[in-house]
Design a protein around this ligand. Structure first.
Ligand SMILES: Cc1cc2nc3c(=O)[nH]c(=O)nc-3n(C[C@H](O)[C@H](O)[C@H](O)COP(=O)(O)OP(=O)(O)OC[C@H]3O[C@@H](n4cnc5c(N)ncnc54)[C@H](O)[C@@H]3O)c2cc1C
Length: 519
């Protein structure tokens, strides 16, 4: 569904192993033999895959237009086996790409043509739940939702809730610093993880953070969370659990103008309210979703807001009263309050099914992920609407409005190369616009391979050099998830000297970008 041009892995400016020549097919064949034989000494036969048909299911993540088969896939079942596989790959000088549920949307788990994909899906045990400390210790391959399911017996749950929570793993969540609809109030992954254990690229044990509320020294745990598998491999995660709120209710507010809905979001936060969820959808998105799950949305609205309040019955009653007053003053044309749990879940089912609903109305869509200051929501939406005309493509908007994290879904047909090209240019224009508005090229999906060029727009050479130096402190030879997240400096030189249109520069954007510092 999510298409983009497949990368040329050997010549994209991010070579797999900096300083080394790209391997020839003969090199790869002999390397594969050596790797498979080393892995067979460490793992049972069914845990080592290398034949084309066996490794093909691992050739992409949720960004499925980028595909690459690895030399081999290792499926360890224990913490120790992960360390041994890493040590063996290190000894052979072979790149390693960690993989959780494979639901990533930026190509982060895309295999390396000359490397091993380390699938961590079999490390899926919940080790310990401590209801007094309100923590859980889980293996990295445990699915996000499975943590809350296991904690439910104690009246607890794990708060970050990506829409992919049924399939994505906590290891992948740590690598991407995943968010979700309830992260406005309860924080992203980084705010809900106390400690990670795992291994360095050499296969040495690694432990960051502690069960204490704050750890001494530099906060490497926070730097590690969101590092897209570039610094180490996580095998175990200690997460905070929260008590399930006694009550939750959801306000569904309609607006006849997208800009007014965007301004209502800023007004809610300005009023000192931090709802448990604050999401927005524009009309094309609402209509696609309503057709699919019948959530009860207002099809005449130019945009809708979903605003959730949770807590004790009294807290919720008071907050709903204030929320309703703010959205009314902001110009809501219709306000509906969930009357029971079934209706609340129905309201949310629309939001949670926005991506599959888009898949029903377009052969392909490109899911962008950018974040902007909340006050710029209306400006950004107006810019996207102008871009629809400039690029000749439709776009549905759904987003974590409270966090300013937007997910414009650009509709196109990948069978038409021109549409694909325009979709990519449209996506890049959105990212550039986000930077021009003081935002960021990613909110929660990471950079992966998808946004390497956009990194050249957001960061200076000096900033990228510092990121590369930080990576090198953990992984001096660049063998962990090579070619992802941080573009090499040479690549950014090419991006800057390339045709402006390729990065989606429209006249309006050029004007906005003229105000930015030059790189
Ligand atoms: C329908 C849909 C909805 C989504 N909604 C959201 C959303 O609401 N919020 C959100 O944040 N994301 C969302 N995503 C994106 C995705 O689910 C998240 O990025 C998720 O955190 C990826 O987890 P994963 O286990 O699938 O990781 P993978 O896709 O397997 O890997 C992602 C990255 O993590 C690295 N990695 C994986 N496991 C480890 C490990 N144990 N140690 C070190 N590195 C590791 C990989 O190398 C890769 O770089 C959505 C995706 C889909 C398909």
């Amino acid at each position: 569904m999510h298409a983009a041009t497949a990368p040329n892995l050997s010549s994209d400016g991010n070579p797999a192993s900096p300083g080394l020549k790209p391997p020839t097919p003969a090199d790869l064949a002999s390397r594969q033999q050596a790797v498979v034989s080393a892995l067979h000494k460490l793992l049972p036969p069914q845990s080592v895959l290398w034949q084309a048909e066996a490794v093909t299911p691992f050739e992409c993540d949720g960004l499925s237009a980028y595909r690459q088969r690895p030399l081999a896939v290792a499926l360890p079942e224990t913490h120790e086996q992960v360390g041994q596989v890493l040590a063996a790959c290190h000894a052979l000088g072979v790149p390693v790409v960690a993989r959780g549920g494979g639901t990533g949307l930026s190509g982060g788990a895309l295999p390396d043509a000359g490397g091993v994909t380390l699938s961590l899906a079999r490390l899926n045990r919940i080790r310990h739940i401590d209801p007094l400390a309100r923590t859980a210790v889980v293996e990295c391959g445990v699915r996000n939702l499975a943590i809350s399911e296991a904690a439910a017996a104690h009246g607890l749950y794990y708060a970050p809730d990506p829409s992919s929570q049924i399939a994505c793993t906590i290891g992948g969540n740590v690598a991407e610093n995943a968010g979700g609809v309830h992260c406005l109030k309860y924080g992203l992954t980084v705010h809900n993880v106390l400690r990670v254990r795992g291994f360095t690229v050499e296969g040495e044990p690694l432990e960051l953070g502690s069960e204490a509320p704050d750890a001494a020294g530099l906060d490497l745990l926070s730097a590690f969370i969101g590092s897209e598998g570039l610094l180490g491999v996580v095998t175990e995660v200690t997460v905070r659990l929260l008590p399930r709120p006694q009550v939750a209710r959801c306000v569904l507010a309609s607006f006849d103008d997208v800009g007014r809905a965007g301004d209502a979001v800023a007004a809610i936060i300005a009023a000192g309210l931090i709802p448990a969820g604050l999401e927005m959808m524009d009309q094309p998105m609402t209509r696609a979703v309503e057709d699919f799950v019948h959530a009860g949305y207002d099809l005449d609205a130019a945009a809708i807001l979903l605003v959730e309040s949770d807590g004790t019955p009294q807290e919720v009653e008071e907050e709903i009263e204030r929320l309703t007053a703010v959205v009314q003053a902001a110009g809501a044309t219709r306000i509906e309050l969930s009357q029971d749990e079934a209706q609340r879940l129905r309201f949310w089912s629309g939001r949670k099914n926005a991506f599959p609903a888009t898949g029903r109305i377009s052969p392909d869509y490109l899911c962008m992920d950018a974040s902007i200051p909340r006050k710029a929501l209306a400006t950004m939406l107006a810019a996207i609407s102008r871009m629809e005309g400039e690029f000749g493509l439709r776009c549905c908007n759904v987003f974590h409005a409270g966090d300013g994290n937007m997910h414009p879904l650009i509709l196109f047909d990948a069978n038409d190369p021109d549409e694909l090209h325009r979709a990519e240019a449209f996506g890049n224009a959105i990212l550039r616009q986000a930077v021009a508005l003081g935002g960021s090229i990613t909110g929660e999906h990471g950079v992966g391979v998808e946004k390497l060029d956009a990194m050249c727009v957001q960061f200076t050479d000096a900033e990228r050099a510092q990121m590369l130096a930080f990576k090198a402190a953990f992984d001096p030879d660049g063998r962990l998830n090579p070619g992802k997240a941080i573009p090499m400096l040479a690549r950014c030189g090419e991006v800057r000297s390339g045709p402006a249109q390729a990065m989606g520069q429209t006249p309006a954007l050029r004007e906005a970008l003229a105000t930015l510092p030059r790189f």
